[in-house]
Design a protein around this ligand. Sequence first.
Ligand code: COA
Length: 170
Amino acid sequence: MGQALPKVGLRPYLPADTSVLASIFVAAIDVLTEDDYSQAQREAWASAAEDEDKFGKRLSSQLTLVATIASSPVGFVSLKGADEIDLLYVHPSSVRQGVATSLCDAIEKLAAARGAKALTAEVSDTAERFFAKRGYEGQSRNTISVGDEWLANTTMKKTFIAEVTPVRPS
Ligand SMILES: CC(C)(COP(=O)(O)OP(=O)(O)OC[C@H]1O[C@@H](n2cnc3c(N)ncnc32)[C@H](O)[C@@H]1OP(=O)(O)O)[C@@H](O)C(=O)NCCC(=O)NCCS
């Protein structure tokens, strides 16, 4: 019999979370994207969290949700503007337990409730299957400059199906 998945909690980001979210960001890139990006590429990507003040401002300027297991942060997602997922990272020790699924379920509902008709994300090669499983479709292949490195990613988009109000027969 399979083990039950741990219960994932969700809460809004607080400025005091910045350090732990920065360490989740760095660990996720370092460990989880190893098959898809070189060490130099991963270091350039992870350096976005080196300046914690700047990283904290990025998190607080967006709608950021923190996932917890037993009250400890294990992942986070951020919504940039009305309709773009900017950051989605889960600590390597907590992957494949539905953490990112819980985060995306919540951020998609919040975005839809705020009027978004679709969500886009610049998806790493590592996360492509995760997003594809959720109904996101590839729009364009990109090569982005990060520090001295070039990294490939894919813009993916999920269009929300409009809820149709049933017409009652008179
Ligand atoms: C991508 C990421 C956020 C997924 O987090 P997660 O909490 O492990 O995802 P979930 O447990 O909710 O996965 C749900 C499903 O997505 C798919 N999936 C998730 N990670 C996958 C992987 N590495 N390879 C293939 N499929 C994957 C699986 O179908 C999985 O279901 P299963 O475990 O029952 O097979 C995490 O691996 C991560 O932080 N990666 C590194 C950082 C990154 O690339 N972030 C995205 C930036 S756009």
